[in-house]
Design a protein around this ligand. Structure first.
Ligand SMILES: [Fe+2]
Length: 431
C-alpha cells in the first residue's frame, strides 16, 4: 500500500465529505432533526458529531490547537451523550451543523498544511469514522422510511444468478490452522489485533448468505412458531415484540422496504434486517448453526491453494487489492440495497465462498472480545469497553459500507436483538 501522504489524505477527506453531504442532500431540515427511531440519533447529530470527532483528533490532539467549540464537546461525544437522549438536546440546526463541519475542515487542512499527516494513523481513523457514520445515517434513513428518498449516483443491481443460491448450499473446510486478525503492516483497529494462529476443526459454511427465498420458506414452515428452534432469550424477545418477519418486510411477506420505498420481495437477495436471534433460529431449523467468527474469517481469507507449502491469509477474499465495487462486492452505497446472492464471482474466497464482503453484515455465533494479547489503541472506548458482554460479532460489511472500511478482518458488534443494522447471515455446521 502506498504511504498515506498529505495529498492522499486531503483527497480522501474531501471525498468522504462529498459523500456525507450527498446522503443528506435530499433530506428536509425537519427530517434531519427528527428522531426517526429510538435506536438512532437525529441525522443532524451525526453531522456535527463527525465534525466534533475530527476537531478533537486532527486539530486538537494532532495539531495541538484548542477545540473550535469547547462548549459542544460533551453534546457530540458518543459516550457522554448516549443515543437515547440525543433527541432532547439543543443540537445545532442543519445549517449550523454544516457550517461547523466546514469550519473544522478548514482547521484540519491548515494543520495538515503546517505539519503534514505524520504516520497517517489518526487521519485514517478519522476518515473511517466519517465513512462509518455514513452507514449509521443510512440505517437511520432506512428506519425513517422516507418514501421517494433517492441517493444520487445509484447504480442498477446485477441480474440474478442462475441457478439461484438459497444460502443452504455449503462448502467444506478441512480441519487445520489459519491466522486470524489484521496484519501489522497496515492500519487496523485495536480489536483486529494481534494477528494470531489458531487451529479450527473441520466445518461446513454457506457458500452465500441466506436469501429472502430461503428465509421465506423458513417462515412458511412455521419458523416463528416452532419453539424448539429458538433459544430461550430469542423466544422471549420474539414474543415480547411480536416479531413475525424481518425488520423491513411487510406483513403479507410480499414486499420489503428498501432505501426510498417499498419493493416487491426479491427472492434472490440476501435476507437483511434480521436479529441474531432470528439468524440463530433459522440455523437450528436447518440442523445448522451460525459460524464462529474464526470460521467466518478462515472461510473468507485463508488461502492454502496458491502456495500449499505456505498457506496464508488474504486481506480480502479475492486477494490483497482493495475492493472494486460492482466487481468484487456490493459496497459503497452503490445500489442502495442488497444485490442478488452470488452476484460477484470475482469476489470469491479461495474456498469458493461468495458475498463475504458487502451486501449484508453477517452475524456470527461469537461474542465480542479481545484477541489474545489485545492492547487498546488509541483509546479504550473504541472497543475495549464493549468486550465481554452480550454483543455478538458481525463480519464482512454491507452494501452501505465504504470500501476503505470493508476488510475481512474488520469486526462489528451489536446486541443479539438488534436489526437496524444491515444484518444477514450464513449458516455453518460441524463437518
Ligand atoms: Fe462516532
Amino acid at each position: 500500500m502506498a504511504p498515506l501522504t498529505a495529498t492522499r489524505v486531503v483527497e480522501a477527506l474531501k471525498e468522504a465529505r462529498r459523500r456525507t453531504f450527498t446522503l443528506v442532500a435530499a433530506v428536509s431540515d425537519a427530517d434531519l432533526q427528527r428522531v426517526h427511531s429510538p435506536l438512532m440519533s437525529p441525522l443532524v447529530w451525526d453531522l456535527a458529531h463527525i465534525a466534533a470527532y475530527e476537531d478533537l483528533w486532527l486539530v486538537h490532539r494532532y495539531g495541538e490547537r484548542p477545540l473550535l467549540r469547547d462548549d459542544l464537546a460533551a453534546m457530540y461525544d458518543a459516550f457522554e451523550t448516549p443515543r437515547a437522549v440525543r433527541g432532547d438536546l439543543p443540537l445545532l440546526g442543519p445549517a449550523q451543523a454544516r457550517e461547523y463541519m466546514d469550519e473544522v475542515r478548514s482547521r484540519t487542512l491548515e494543520v495538515i498544511d503546517e505539519r503534514g499527516v505524520g504516520d497517517g494513523l489518526l487521519h485514517e481513523m478519522v476518515l473511517r469514522h466519517e465513512h462509518q457514520h455514513d452507514e449509521t445515517m443510512l440505517q437511520t434513513l432506512m428506519l425513517a422510511r422516507l418514501d421517494g428518498y433517492a441517493l444520487a449516483g445509484r447504480r442498477p443491481m446485477p441480474e440474478p444468478v442462475r441457478p439461484a443460491p438459497t444460502g443452504l448450499d455449503m462448502v467444506e473446510i478441512a480441519a487445520g490452522e489459519c491466522t486470524i486478525g489484521a496484519s501489522s503492516e497496515r492500519f487496523a483497529y485495536d480489536n483486529e489485533r494481534p494477528r494470531h494462529r489458531t487451529h479450527v476443526r473441520g466445518y461446513l459454511i454457506g457458500r452465500t448468505p441466506v436469501t429472502n427465498a430461503g428465509y421465506l420458506a423458513f417462515i412458511e414452515g412455521g419458523g416463528y412458531e416452532r419453539r424448539e428452534w429458538w433459544s430461550e432469550e430469542g423466544w422471549a424477545w420474539k414474543e415480547q415484540h411480536e416479531i413475525t418477519r424481518p425488520g423491513a418486510w411487510t406483513a403479507d411477506l410480499d414486499a420489503e422496504w428498501r432505501l426510498g420505498g417499498l419493493e416487491p420481495l426479491h427472492p434472490d437477495r440476501p435476507v437483511v434486517h434480521v436479529s441474531w436471534f432470528e439468524a440463530d433460529a433459522f440455523a437450528r431449523a436447518h440442523d445448522a448453526r451460525l459460524p464462529t467468527e474464526v470460521e467466518w474469517e478462515k472461510a473468507a481469507t485463508w488461502d492454502e491453494r496458491m502456495d500449499p507449502a505456505h498457506p496464508r491469509a488474504r486481506r480480502y477474499p479475492w486477494g490483497n487489492r482493495r475492493p472494486v465495487p460492482g466487481q468484487h462486492a456490493n459496497l459503497d452505497h452503490r445500489g442502495c440495497g442488497t444485490a442478488p446472492a452470488g452476484s460477484y464471482p470475482a469476489g470469491s474466497s479461495p474456498y469458493g465462498c461468495l458475498g463475504m464482503i458487502g451486501d449484508v453484515w453477517e452475524w456470527t455465533s461469537s461474542r465480542f472480545d479481545g484477541y489474545p494479547g489485545f492492547v487498546a489503541h488509541p483509546y479504550r472506548e473504541y472497543s475495549e469497553v464493549f468486550f465481554g458482554g452480550e454483543y455478538r460479532v458481525l463480519r464482512g460489511g454491507s452494501w452501505a459500507t465504504r470500501t476503505r472500511v470493508a476488510t475481512a478482518a474488520f469486526r462489528n458488534w451489536d446486541y443479539p436483538q438488534r436489526r437496524q443494522i444491515f444484518s444477514g447471515f450464513r449458516i455453518a455446521r460441524d463437518a
